[in-house]
Design a protein around this ligand. Structure first.
Ligand code: NAD
Length: 350
């Protein structure tokens, strides 16, 4: 495999995780880094052995750099689509963090442009790469569950209570647009669609529990404008009903995803604190007690997110690749959640 050259945009928390994956992956290396804060570009540039003249503060310069073949976008939400468009300006493939954008219209325009140009891309719906999710998908595809009737999913964190947190971009609707709905909810929504088909309508309640925080660059106290918690009901295309709950104010939860799918013939349960196992229930037609078994997931279901991106760049496409069209479907659900919470009504996902 020839070694392709990756340019990283946004040198923050998740980018560190991407770099750790590139350090282990084959077929690519990081050759340029970019952050609006030069000290962050420097830190990640040094970590990856990137020469100083390839530490950028403007993502357009990184995208134009002849030593970059593909771009990895790890900025706050409102920069994703502009940075992806800058990559497309130079006909460069990209992967982009979730949610793809800050509204469905900008994501649709991006997806259309990428399709027209024929440039490959991937959305970092990270939990699709978990063995439990992939194994669950294979069981659903084999028909083990029969017709899917119910989904219960939750994604709970307590990150809003981390000491000293100021009004970072996640708490600012002008940058993030969505709070936990877009930050955490989008992951379990993607998993639900991955396993059970599209979400067709939602009814949501959002809550901002910690109402104000100190600005990052001054003493001023300003309002938090993104949701700390979001619970919603949903209908799925295949006929299942779903119940979702996401939170960054659930004390005691570091990063806890639970997922149950119920069908007419069986059920699946996974808890991503233990992503190498899944509980499988098969209906017993002779009596009341169904068989319940915890299954260790075979190694073959393991996939690395950034290795999958590199493989895509080399023309090897993962069958479960999260695409921009998947990202667009999620964006439409996120927009519907916002409308539903504002209007206190069921909203169709269009
Ligand atoms: N897939 C996952 O599991 C997962 C997990 C965490 C975060 N994320 C996503 O990753 C993205 C980044 O989140 P994070 O937690 O790393 O945030 P972060 O604040 O830690 O990092 C963002 C970085 O982007 C930089 N930045 C801001 N504007 C920029 C610009 N115009 N050009 C270049 N750099 C710019 C910031 O200075 C910062 O260093 C978000 O979209 C978030 O939703 C995904």
């Amino acid at each position: 495999m020839t070694e392709l050259r990756i340019g990283l945009i946004g040198c923050g928390g998740i980018a560190s995780g991407h770099l750790a994956q590139y350090e282990k992956a084959s077929g690519a290396r990081v050759t340029a880094v970019c952050d609006i804060l030069p000290e962050r570009a420097k830190a990640y540039g040094e970590r990856m052995g990137v020469p100083e003249d390839h530490w950028f503060t403007d993502y357009r310069e990184l995208c134009a750099c002849p030593d970059v073949d593909a771009v990895d976008i790890c900025t706050p939400n409102n920069v994703h689509v502009p940075a992806a468009n800058a990559a497309l300006d130079h006909h460069k493939p990209f992967c982009v963090e979730k949610p793809v954008g800050v509204n469905a219209a900008e994501v649709e325009a991006l997806a259309d442009r990428a399709d027209t140009l024929g440039i490959p891309s991937m959305v970092c719906f990270s939990y699709r790469f978990k063995p439990a999710a992939r194994y669950a998908k294979s069981l659903v595809e084999q028909g083990l569950l029969g017709s899917l009737v119910q989904v219960y999913a939750s994604y709970l964190k307590d990150s809003a209570f981390w000491p000293g947190r100021r009004l970072e971009w996640r708490f600012d609707g002008a940058i993030a647009r969505y709070g936990v709905s877009g930050d955490l909810g989008v992951h379990i929504l993607d998993l639900a669609s991955f396993l059970c088909g599209d979400v067709t309508s939602v009814c949501a309640r959002m809550n901002i529990a910690i109402k104000e925080r100190q600005r990052e660059d001054s003493d001023e106290i300003a309002p938090v404008t993104t949701d700390d918690a979001c619970s919603f009901l949903a209908t799925m295309k295949g006929g299942a009903d779903a119940v979702f709950s996401v939170s960054r104010i659930a004390l005691g939860n570091g990063n806890h995803i639970t997922f149950d799918v119920y069908g007419t013939e069986g059920a699946l349960r996974f808890d991503l604190d233990h992503d190498d196992r899944i509980t499988v229930t098969r209906r017993n037609h002779e009596g009341r007690n169904s068989s319940v078994e915890t299954v260790q997931i075979p190694e073959s279901f393991r996939a690395g997110q950034q290795q999958t991106f590199i493989n895509l760049l080399h023309g090897i496409r993962d069958p479960y690749l999260p695409t921009l069209r998947d990202g667009l479907r999620m964006q439409r659900v996120l927009d519907a959640l916002m409308t539903s919470a504002e209007t206190r009504a069921w909203v169709d996902v269009v």
